[in-house]
Each structure stands twice: as structure tokens, then as C-alpha cells.
Design a protein around this ligand. Structure first.
Ligand code: MN
Length: 194
């Protein structure tokens, strides 16, 4: 069984960049759905192992990847947001960003451009790829497609319409621009410890 994380801030803490109405729906309804569905999938897998009945295994494995990845990415997303946190990327992370993207502005520009054109429902992610020994940016479709195996998500941005439509309507660029005001770099820096 997995558990929902508690939001590390109040429901209106990210205003005006991320509205309380959106966050309430996103956290209390949608994120909860991913956690609940992950848990029911885990229970069904457990039952399949107990009974030896794997007739539904293809569906269960797909659900595990979809709902499980949804639960994980939402947890990372809510935790890499924050308000009034006067922390920047750590020296270590900045050094790696400079090495892999040239400088911070280049990194940000690529992230913004990649986020804008995520196809349909998905995510934009800054990831550490241990086997490549470098940072990269990924566009993820749904919650689980187009990953690099073994990568560690450092900073994630939800590009599903439910994450911005109420507040920003069809303007992905406005949502993406607002995001840079509510990044909790303290959390991102912690994830870049390897
Ligand atoms: Mn979402």
C-alpha cells in the first residue's frame, strides 16, 4: 500500500501562480485517484500471486505502470512546488546544469520549449541519467511513456490539462512561466544527491 503525501504548504499558498481551486482539485481528487488505483492494482496483483490466476496479468501490469507512475509523478510535482522559498539550485546542480546545457538560461529555455509541446497529456521533466552521467530533459506522455530507464526525476511539471486549464485555459506558456515562481529548489537540490 502506498500513501498520499501531505501537501507541504496550504491549499492557497501557491497563489497567484497556482490557484487554490486548481490545487484542491488536483491534490484531493486527481492525485488521490492515482494513489487509490495504484493500491487496488497492487492488491489485485497480490491476489493473482496468491491464487495463481494470471489471466488478467497484461491489464494489471499496464495499470501498475500507469497508475503507479501517476502517483509517483504527482508526489514529485507537489513536493517540488513551494512558495517564498529563497533557495536556488545548489552549486553542485548549477555546475552540472552549466556542463550539460551551457548555462541556466539555456536549460530553462529548453525546458520551457519542451513543456509547451508535450503531446496531449504528459509531463516535462529535468532528469539525472546516471548511466549517461548527465542531466537531460524529457517529455513524458501520459505518466509512463518516453522515459529513459534508470533516470532520476529532479524537477517535474504536470502538462495535463487538469493542471492548468481552470486557471490558464489554453495558455500553456502562461502556466509554464508562472511555474518558475513556485519551484522549491531546496527539494530539487536534495534529489540531486547521488
Ligand atoms: Mn496531474
Amino acid at each position: 500500500m502506498i500513501k498520499m503525501i501531505k501537501l507541504p504548504y496550504s491549499i492557497d499558498a501557491l497563489e497567484p501562480y497556482y490557484s487554490a481551486e486548481t490545487l484542491d482539485l488536483h491534490y484531493n481528487i486527481l492525485y488521490k485517484g492515482y494513489v487509490d488505483n495504484t493500491n487496488s492494482t497492487l492488491a489485485m496483483l497480490d491476489n493473482a500471486r496468491k491464487t495463481g490466476d494470471f489471466s488478467n496479468i497484461k491489464c494489471l501490469e499496464k495499470n501498475l505502470s500507469f497508475f503507479g507512475s501517476g502517483a509517483i509523478l504527482h508526489q514529485l510535482f507537489f513536493e517540488n512546488l513551494g512558495a517564498d522559498i529563497p533557495v536556488k539550485p545548489s552549486l553542485k546542480l548549477m555546475k552540472q546544469i552549466s556542463q550539460d546545457f551551457g548555462n541556466f538560461d539555456n536549460f530553462k529555455n529548453q525546458f520551457v520549449e519542451a513543456a509547451k509541446v508535450v503531446e496531449a497529456s504528459g509531463w516535462c521533466l529535468l532528469v539525472w541519467v546516471p548511466i549517461f552521467n548527465k542531466l537531460e530533459i524529457l517529455q513524458c506522455e501520459k505518466h509512463q511513456d518516453l522515459t529513459l530507464w534508470g533516470c532520476k526525476p529532479l524537477l517535474v511539471l504536470d502538462m495535463w490539462e487538469h493542471s492548468y486549464y481552470l486557471q490558464y485555459k489554453t495558455s500553456r506558456p502562461n502556466y509554464i512561466n508562472a511555474f518558475w515562481n513556485i519551484i522549491n529548489w531546496n527539494e530539487v537540490n536534495k534529489r540531486f544527491i547521488y
